[in-house]
Write a protein that binds this ligand. Sequence first.
Ligand SMILES: C[S@@+](CC[C@H](N)C(=O)[O-])C[C@H]1O[C@@H](n2cnc3c(N)ncnc32)[C@H](O)[C@@H]1O
Length: 831
Amino acid sequence: MAKTPKRKSAKKVTRYTYDEIKEPRTPETGHTSLLPSEDLVVTLPMDNGWSKAIQVGKLPEDDRRPVVVDMDPAADPVLFWSGKRNRREVPVLPLQRNEIVSESRIAQIIERARRAAEEKSGKARQGNLFAELEKTLRETDRTKRVEFYTHEEGWKNKLICGDSLHVMESLLHYENLRGKVQMIYVDPPYGIRYDSNFQQRVDSTKNDQKDQADDVLTIKAFRDTWALGIHSYLSYLQDRLYLCRELLDETGSIFFQINQENLHLATSLLSEVFGAQNQVAVITFTKTSGFSGALLSSVCDYLVWFAKDKSRVKFRQLFSKKTAGDEGASKYRPVSKLTAVSSDRFDPNRLATLADLTSQGETSTEQAFLFQGRIWRPRAGLHWKTTVSGLQKLAEKERVIIEGNSLRYLRFMDDFPVFPISNVWTDVGGIQSRTEGKIYSVQTAPEVLDRCVQMATEPGDLVFDPTCGSGTTAYSAERLGRRWITCDTSRVSVNVARQRLLSGTFEHYKTRNANVSGNFMYETVNHVTLRSLAYDLEPEKVELVDQPEVDTAAIRVCGPFEVMSLGRYSVEDWKGYVVGEPGIGQAAKLENYIEVICRLYRKDAAIQGATGLVHAVAEAEGVKIAISVGPLSGRVTGKQINDGVQDALASGILEVHVLGWAFEANVGEVKSQFEKRGKVKVELIMIRPDTLAEGLKATQPGMLFSPLALPDIEVAVAKNGKAKQLRVALKGVALFDRKRRTTEYKAADSGYVAAWYLDEDYDGDCFVDCQMFFDFKKAPNIKAALKAEVDPDEFTLRLTSEPFPIRQYKRIAVKVVDVYGNESVVVRDLA
Ligand SMILES: C[S@@+](CC[C@H](N)C(=O)[O-])C[C@H]1O[C@@H](n2cnc3c(N)ncnc32)[C@H](O)[C@@H]1O
């Protein structure tokens, strides 16, 4: 009787965490002022191989002397460009934790689908999947909150919004990560044109010149031209590569992605920073399958791979499966075509090739070998690859074949069914890519990242990408069980990456000792060699490190991570801002931070005296506007808004615009309170993060500001069993239109909201993502794994939360991300 197949049960949901790896605790937003502030600037030495100052000037027309660069001939040749420096002062800003992502969107969807299925079948319902972890994240011992960097906590991955220069300096200086990063992947803008490196919206890879995101578009134009073109670009890369070197472990690697246009420059620069002797490889990989252009088509990009120290670099060879006729297996044919001798031992169709039985060089050992009635000897200058008795064994195993006038070794394709990958990767990228649909205009194929991570790191190692984009590196590291940090200046990028991570499902790889950092179990293949046959040895087992053993009973989701930004919340930073003396090729000199920002905001701004919080006054249609500027590296607080409004009122001004890089979560409430009283109008304006970026040419600076939207939410009591529970509905966002100077209301379903997040128990410091809502680009196919139906609505942007109880702080916060990546938060007391 046929057996009835056993019904497989639904998979358990897992994720990888790294509690066994400790890190110093990072401050939460707003607490960085508590840090000692003596080291505000550090000097970064950048003179590997060249240290003499070189003055390059134009010789008079009639001066025919050769120009000689006075350089130490013992040093490697280096590139020179306008503005190259051998020292760089870098401001050190601490990182601050704004948000902890303790849940995964997909995990919640899975949980709800299961719950619905269980309720239907009358089974007990499973508790919150990761409730335990959330409890520990909501550290109740608040004293610990201010003892930053003095005690340790379990490692959490990091998604950081900020300039890579400052982020890296902060990782070195505050986060104690010098020499602790195993691999860095850099995919910088390929050159000085920014158009292909810029994405306007979270929800689309297409940039539209007519898009209403005026400020976003302007940044594109703004960044289009670097002040000194390729010279600025090289300075930008140089600063960052020196910091990468400091972060790398002695066995670490850096992969630098570039196209053919600047491959030569990038390689020279990397050689300077890491030492030419530490170049490991240049990998060519296909990016597109299309052919275009008037001249020869360019279908590849390049990865320049350098080690911190090539003699110690961590390297694990990857292999590809042999396919007859393809790369690595082009010479294999059915064994019946190679020899007339038929054997019971071999299937005539088994694929094989004939290989040399001899090696170069004479030897004094006996070489005469009797085979099929004849004595065989290697030709002059050669010797057998094994001993005569070894040859005997090979012959017994029918591995010796006569071909013409010489003896050959019969090698089967399945003796070693894989071959080592090389530095040409034609099987990645383009249409062959596994990419789950493109979500970022300049997105690297995930297979490229996977290979780098697998070759240069082990599970639990730390991977860093200072050019996050859509988060391909973080996603690959998460998938492969490596810790990760990534950063980007673009809020669009940070939000695209966050959604990508939160919607991912991965295979659960079996660990050796329950910790990811204790390594995975891997598939192995036998490697039958001439030697193993000649000496009757067990074939060597080769681990396939890109094929970890999969626990088929589990479905894995993204582990917890922190969302961070840079900032020092100190009044001193905010008073003034003076950039050092302009050197050769430096960008425009910024004398005073407040003055620069006010003038960028409104050309007509009349700067006020040193006291008070009204920094400038401008006029529009006869109405006076007071402008107040937030600190350079901190958040605008409710108190600043209060004081600014009082100062404005004292001068009879009824409209106040507060400009800031970041805002405390309660500013919306402060603004509404003023407006409810009906006397003053308060507008909160966000300054774009790269407004003062050095080296970028400020062409159209008038549009670097975007209004801070204020989420409009409704909290209602949900009828859900006995306990009182709440539901939050997102109704829309109030948005200030800078041109018309009126507040516009965007309904939540108008296409303006890209995502929203709910903290069910906001502690006033750090936003914990308890519920999250956004559209999946592509609904994942998890039905089979779940054994439960998922409501298709779950994969769309829902506007009402799941019910939740009132908790310890009796306060919730809602964060809304608009399609341009701007974030705004509203806090609501439930008392
Ligand atoms: C070519 S994209 C990276 C794409 C990424 N490999 C992916 O697969 O999505 C380069 C990214 O670097 C970011 N970027 C440029 N300059 C930066 C800086 N100074 N600091 C941080 N990020 C920067 C850009 O915003 C852009 O998202």
